[in-house]
Design a protein around this ligand. Sequence first.
Ligand code: NAD
Length: 496
Amino acid sequence: MYHVKNYINGRLTETSSKSNIDIFNPSTGEIIGKVVNSNHNDLLEMIEFAKKAQVTWSNFTPLKRSRIISKYKNLIEENIEDLAKLVSIEHGKTLDDAIGSVTRGLEVVEFACGIPHLLKGEFSLNVGTNIDSYSFRQPLGITAGITPFNFPAMVPMWMYPISIACGNSFILKPSEKDPSCSIKLAELFSKAGLPDGVFNVIHGNKNIVDLILENKDISSVSFVGSTPVAKYIYEKSSKYGKKVQSLGGAKNHLLVMPDANLDQAVDGIIGAAFGSAGERCMAVSVAVAIGDIADNLVDKINTKSQNLKVAPWTDSESQMGPVISKEHKEKIISYIDSGINEGAKLVLDGRKINIQGYENGYFLGPTIFDSVKTNMKIYKEEIFGPVLSIVRAKNYEEAINIVNNHEFGNGTSIYTSDGEIARHFTTNITIGMVGVNVPIPVPMAFHSFGGWKNSLFGSNAMHGIEGVNFFTKLKTITSRWPKSIKSGPEFKMPTN
Ligand code: NAD
């Protein structure tokens, strides 16, 4: 049994809080550790260090900051398997998948190494006679991030490397369900030479989140999690005058056109629906079968899904691990029950899966519903588990309307060999991240990640140039020198 502490001012710190939260191994259902449930004093102490550190850190030249981030990148590469194991132990996902997720986070660190270039600013000579104008971006101060359980390394890494590269200090509140990886990420940053107090980790639940949102010394909040909480974070952070980017839940559709390569589409759907047990915000939870291919598509998905290996991450052949908690497993089962009650056709039932030696683990098998209607609960709501709904549409027009009418707008994809259709789809779909023959269109670190509609609140997406803009304030200077000032007071608007 281990105890996860806060990381304050460059070291693990005992807290004044005596309250703790249990950490479970999702493969066995056993309690394996405890994480501190921090209180207000813990946060206030952290903020004092973060405030002082930010002043020093923002005076490091961007090049000097970049060199420390480069060292950090090397350390993450050297420790990638250890980091991934921490993810797998507490989250349950397969080791390959965990390594992949840390690698996607690492790419943001690589992007942040380019901060001298990214902060270059703009200059205009002679905006008026002998008057020059230039703009640059300055750090916000103390920034905070609140992150979900499903990517305990990658999602925090969407935020803090860029914030810190921009000259801010950062307070991370990771998910209480899998908090260990964030500590290792913080320790490696200190080892790379990051001054103490620039990157801090505070643990806890809603209580500490509310204290972060209300604190006047914190300038911005970056959030990723479920839509009701994302909306709450957006509204409350705005009320307290903070800059906020808040990413929520999803219901991602993959459309299969009659001219698509069906086998490629099936492989795409299965990986995207059941990878990481469906606990990805970019998971495909709805396949839209268009026209007369539907029966064939359903058969092929069903046949291939039956061969998926569901097992703990310690089994190197596992393709799908458990879901995060007992409560979440029960919630997913209740969605499956509701799909049956509402008349969807259950093609594959994952409720009764039994893995020898892991009977108390939170495992579910792949589950497939056919003939799902858009008024059903399993269609409307995010299930966040290994449950695929197949909706049948007569034609492309009906299919695109289905997607555009959904409240979420995170990701979507179309499988087709028709360029005209693909182009129409990419320009007319009301979704933030779109794939063409790519099942999970997650943008790389140098582009930006973010959905539309109820999948994102606030104006900035994560990482890429949107990230740099979010973690900085724009300042524009207009300047001239005394000898060029010829006239006295001017009372009309100056024009050129
Ligand atoms: P969650 O919303 O329950 O929790 C996210 C974070 O908020 C955690 O740190 C948690 O401690 C905190 N929190 C929980 N309830 C809170 C409350 N009432 N008030 C204040 N803070 C609270 O999400 P989760 O279950 O950890 O993660 C799964 C969700 O995250 C899914 O909905 C998934 O789609 C979403 N997600 C979205 C993206 C994206 O990019 N859009 C990426 C990953 C995950």
